[in-house]
Design a protein around this ligand. Structure first.
Ligand code: ADP
Ligand code: MG
Length: 355
């Protein structure tokens, strides 16, 4: 395990810049996630870190050691980095046990067997040691792939869309299991995904990527509640933007009332250092920012509803015609077209300057 630092890393294929100025610090033992839409450069970033791709500017350091800089890179096999791929890439003619022990061939037979046993217990596959990959489910195969990557005790584990071949329900369970396994091995890990739920379930730190750049590197909580710009606000979580006007450095007025910010109102958009009085902004309202209250005199019309089991996600039409979302306990089953009482419960004001 070791700290991973990317410092202003850029990479191009020919003249086309794929990643630009990529910087983040993943502390030792932490789990990080690069989250972004397909084609934004996530796999390319992992290939640079694992040593399969040269970089054109900046520096990559693992455990304080420079492993990549322009015109020089430490060979992939010398980086002590473990990889887990989307398609597991297990050796089909080797047993589970032989797959896990693959990277341990230089060790004594006893030491090797002890490490294999330990890892099979860790990933919950002790009873499957002599089976072959095709006899296992997709989720079990992915756990074998993780055990194989962990076996030589790498300084860093990299995983590229590790759950994308699995069905949704299994993905969520496996995300939690993998987090638990990585934490018990105290491994630093960087995982790439386009699935926000996966990133939130797995990671201590998430970097939202768009067009080769990190838009924000933060905890899942801060990404959701304090998105740095419109892209992050839109990509992470659900929500709606409503128009507002800045009153002073900690208050914004929207049609439902005045919002008080715990932090000064600063929109993340470039070209705006600080919002000033009368600045026109768009205010982000998350579904948990609007609470349904039958006794409230403030009304909104139910325009649409989605049943989520414990909750309904209502799309509400506000008096001005703007839309907002609200999560409501599902025993409040209101009809489309009905006007229901609402009130605001906004903890963090997120506003972006309106052009
Ligand atoms: P992601 O993993 O986020 O989906 P990738 O890192 O795979 O994105 O790809 C980022 C961009 O780089 C894409 O536009 C892709 O077409 C391009 N790209 C990836 N690999 C190569 C390559 N070997 N040569 C040229 N372009 C590539
Ligand atoms: Mg990819």
């Amino acid at each position: 395990m070791a700290e991973l630092i990317l410092d202003s890393v850029s990479q191009s294929y020919g003249t086309r810049k794929i990643i630009a100025d990529l910087s983040f610090t993943l502390p030792e033992g932490a789990i990080g996630c690069l989250l972004g839409p397909s084609g934004c450069g996530k796999t390319t970033a992992l290939r640079c870190i694992s040593g399969f791709e040269p970089i054109q500017s900046g520096e990559i350091r693992i455990g304080g050691e420079v492993v990549s800089r322009p015109d020089w890179m430490l060979a992939a096999e010398k980086r002590r980095v473990g990889m887990v791929f989307q398609d597991y890439a297990l050796f089909p003619h080797m047993t589970v046990s032989a797959n896990v022990g693959f990277g341990l061939r230089s060790q004594s037979k006893a030491a090797r067997q002890a490490r294999i046993d330990e890892l099979l217990v860790l990933v919950g596959l002790s009873g499957h040691a002599e089976q072959f990959p095709h006899q296992l489910s997709g989720g079990q195969q992915q756990r074998v792939a993780l055990a194989r990557a962990l076996a030589p005790r790498p300084r860093l584990i990299l995983m590229d869309e590790p759950f994308s071949n699995l069905d949704v329900e299994l993905r969520e369970r496996l995300s939690i299991e993998v987090r638990d396994i990585l934490k018990r091995e105290a491994t630093t890990a960087l995982i790439v995904t386009h699935d926000q739920n996966e990133a939130f379930a797995l990671a201590d730190w998430v970097g939202v990527m768009h067009e080769g750049r990190i838009q924000q590197w933060a905890t899942p909580y801060n990404l959701y509640h304090e998105p740095a710009n419109r892209f992050v606000a839109d990509f992470v979580g659900q929500g709606a933007l409503v128009t507002g006007e800045v009153i002073n450095d900690h208050q914004v007025e929207i049609e439902l009332g005045v919002l008080n910010g715990h932090i000064p109102v600063e929109c993340g958009d470039t070209g705006c250092d600080e919002c000033v009085r009368s600045c026109h902004v768009d205010v982000l309202l998350r579904p948990d920012d609007i609470i349904h209250d039958d006794d409230s005199l403030m009304l909104a019309e139910v325009e649409n509803k989605a049943f989520r089991g414990a909750e309904f996600l209502y799309t509400l039409k506000l008096p001005s015609g703007q839309r907002a979302l609200s999560l409501v306990p599902s025993h409040h089953n209101h009809a489309i077209g009905e006007r229901i009482g609402i009130k605001l419960a906004v903890d963090h004001v997120v506003a972006f300057r309106r052009e």
